[in-house]
Design a protein around this ligand. Structure first.
Ligand code: MG
Length: 160
């Protein structure tokens, strides 16, 4: 088998005293995401999809919230470590597709920067990194702005 697919999901709670970081971009907003690391929910979903494609478990296994070394961690640096892991096993990324679900703020102006930041870390072309944004139509906890969630799918191709 020379291709593998993985999917990832993550959600973090919105609070008033944290920055909002999505896809490595610090987005001006009155609320931010709560978490042990920088709580970059999009990057976390992508990492879980990469790990899932190779049945390597989830990010909680590699970067446990109980470990103080990951406190406030830049999730793009964790993404680079997950990339190394799949690279060492002989795989490369074909493409990523993802969705961020957030009621506010408007994410469209930041999507291009998120794509280039993630592509840069993963040594991909931005055309290989799909990021979409949608609202939850005010429905449920995400719609009520209690949190932001993200979904990602990653296709891996055998490097050899
Ligand atoms: Mg997370």
């Amino acid at each position: 088998m020379n291709i593998r697919i993985g999917n990832g999901y993550d959600i973090h709670r919105l609070v008033s005293d944290r920055p909002l970081i999505l896809g490595g971009v610090n987005i001006p907003h009155s609320l931010g995401l709560l978490g042990h690391s920088d709580a970059d929910v999009l990057t976390h979903a992508i990492m879980d999809a990469m790990l899932g494609a190779l049945s390597l478990g989830d990010i909680g296994h590699y970067f446990p919230p109980s470990d103080p070394q990951w406190a406030g961690a830049d999730s793009l640096l964790l993404l680079a470590q997950v990339h190394n892991l799949i690279h060492q096993r002989g795989w490369q990324i074909g493409n990523i597709d993802s969705v961020v679900v957030a009621e506010r703020p408007k994410l469209k102006p930041h999507i291009a920067t998120m794509r280039s930041k993630i592509a840069n870390i993963l040594q991909l072309d931005p055309t290989q990194v799909g990021i979409k944004a949608t609202t939850n139509e005010k429905l449920g906890p995400v719609g009520q702005e209690e949190g932001i969630c993200a979904y990602a799918v990653v296709l891996l191709i055998a490097a050899k």
